[in-house]
Design a binder for this molecule. Sequence first.
Ligand SMILES: *Cc1c(COP(=O)(O)O)cnc(C)c1O
Length: 380
Amino acid sequence: MKKKYLLAPGPTPVPPEVLSVMSEPVIHHRSPEFVPILKDVLEGLKWLFQTKNTVMILTSSGTGGMEAAVTNFLSPGDKAVCIRGGKFGERWAEICNAYGVVPVNIDVPWGEAVKPDSVRAALEKDPSIKAVYVQASETCTAVAHPVREIAEIVRKRENTILVVDAITALGVVDLPVDEWGIDICVTGSQKALMLPPGAAFISVSDKAWRFNESAKCPRFYFNLKKEKAKAETGQTNFTSPVAMIIGLRKVLEMMKQEGLKQIFARHAKLAQATREAFRALGLRLLAAESPSSAVTGVYLPDGIDGGAFNKKLRDHYGVTIAGGQDKLKGKIIRVAHLGYADVLDVINAVASVERGLREFGYSFELGAGLRAAEKILFES
Ligand SMILES: *Cc1c(COP(=O)(O)O)cnc(C)c1O
């Protein structure tokens, strides 16, 4: 027998009670049966995003939401700051390039967070910059960028909007969209929202809607103005991902039952325990200064190849964790602790990594990581 454990930063495990409602017979997306369900979910999304604005649902992976956050608000030739501290930050610049928007890149060493002052300096140097694109949690490097501080800088500028990829941050850490002044916030179904891949969610501020009026980038499928009009009637512009939305209703119910504060506290604790465990094993964290609460990245000891390590965990123990991307390929592992994750998932992750390290001949005291994790999880 091989039991499977999904401990990668997306897709994440889906709770059984969510899977069960998602497997009910499909209903029609314009039927009187479905409209109230979608309305419920749209209200729930406002709660989750901590916004009064309409949150739109797109049938795509998270990147579709990112693309919509460019094409609906900018025109070819516009300039946009892109914070590039990992693969997802680079993606902002790639999307801009694809549509003729000119990226003004702020490159951040992988594993570090952007300094708010560098964003301020870029905007002061070129006040024509229309938007700032950033990740709240750069999943590639397990870093949390200082969104709150960046928002304070951007919100004072009439002609610049802040766009946050919160795909591994919303529902993980406190990210009050309206209070902080996040103009556009994007998330996806398969990370903290505990759903299968296939939907993106996007909120838009009044300030950003004004940008929409003059934005000339081509767009058809991801037309947020049309989506907003439809959302207000309890529908989506095209066929709704019906099963996904029914699953999301259940997810929102579970999240409300737990409470936002408690959700954030749970993630913070799981993340802290994971970091302490890896430190106790003598491993070096990728993001020591400003770590994400969704995922922890750690360097493997010299001589252990990340690809082989993860394959061993998958083949021997049924455990899926993530490796490094691009220049970190083979050098690091990334363990997720977001969404449907609790204390025993961290224990599993740490125990699995310890076993892997032992199998690859790394010398340490077996259980040292677990003990450090339990200090946080059980004793504090
Ligand atoms: C997962 C993720 C995405 C979206 O990736 P998709 O494969 O398009 O769902 C974007 N940004 C971040 C930070 C992510 O973690």
